[in-house]
Design a protein. Sequence first.
Length: 395
Amino acid sequence: MNAPAHFSHAGDFPGLRTRDGKPWHYLDTAATAQKPRIVIEAMARALGEDYATVHRGVYSRSAEMTLAYEAARRTVAAFVGGREDEIVFTRGATEAINLVAQSYPKKARVLLSTLEHHSNIVPWQLAGWQVDVCPLTKDGRIDLDAAQAMLTEEHEMVALAHVSNVLGSELDVARAAELAHGAGAKLLVDGCQAVPRLSVDAAALGCDFYVFSAHKLYGPTGIGALWGRADLLGAMPPYQGGGSMIDKVTFARTTYAPPPQRFEAGTPAITEAIGFASACDYVSDIGLASIESHERELVAKLRETLRKRNDVTLFGPEESAGIVSFALDGVHPHDLGTILDEQDVAIRAGHHCAQPLMEHLGVPATARASFGLYSDVDDIAALIDGIERTKKIFA
Ligand code: PMP
């Protein structure tokens, strides 16, 4: 199988080479994606000749930067089918979930699932929610029939991953929204692993909150977004206090700006917002439909190859989005990862910030290969060669 001809984008990514200029088989895009030159250049301009603060400056450079920052918000909003007043820039998905867990006015019961990332578990615990856990189907999807049976009127929130960072399994978001709303709860979707590989319209899917990080979407670290329905954001108190989020401050009393500013205390990540928008444009120009089908072909190819081996256990459903977790008999995933690194193949080995899922799978860790729009069959071939070599070492 050859990668589709229109996928010649690896050349856009300076990070895909080893220090001595050889191809680097980067199979850890689910942890963080490599950055295309266009994003790096947009950020360099924003940090260089265009640099100034936003919102407060009376000079023209600051006014221009403010326009660029707010244009970035519109681009990020449009990327998930939202309006600009519905996008709060956060440090990432983790901060976005913490924000909702802390600021949502009624902290009651939240329904999570076994496959959630720690960042969609711990914030709810910290903020004092009662946590219930929806089980998975045999093939590693969130069991929405079980969710339906578990939901009660005490549930104010259902918070689920759109795509699992370990199994690649996809949530039927529209059905999850229907179930949550049927029980009188809101739905927060963790879209970290979905937005780089599926086209998302958060409002049309019925979500109430949708969170994601720029760095998994070929953009910079240090920024992400909370999309929230305007009426819900409007009813939430601030998450942090400081500059920019206020209307009027006195020592006696402070009033707050409306969302999204209410939730953006302090000087924002200006350069990162520009990079975030540039990454959204880059991905939109290529087209999520072709990225999705490209990654699905790679997943099918890798799973097919691994399934033929009698020394590999595959986790997760056949139809998974961009991510393949597996175990190689007799070899700890960390050892596999270390030996693969000697052959310029980068995979992830560990619990992937999903310890409850590891417990459910009955393993301390998995090896995980995850694809990006720049991945190709050569990366799969290098991984398989590396597995062969590892087996010889451990024989
Ligand atoms: N949710 C999922 C499904 C993830 O994969 C990740 C990142 N591994 C996160 C949440 C947290 O994202 P961040 O660390 O960028 O806040």
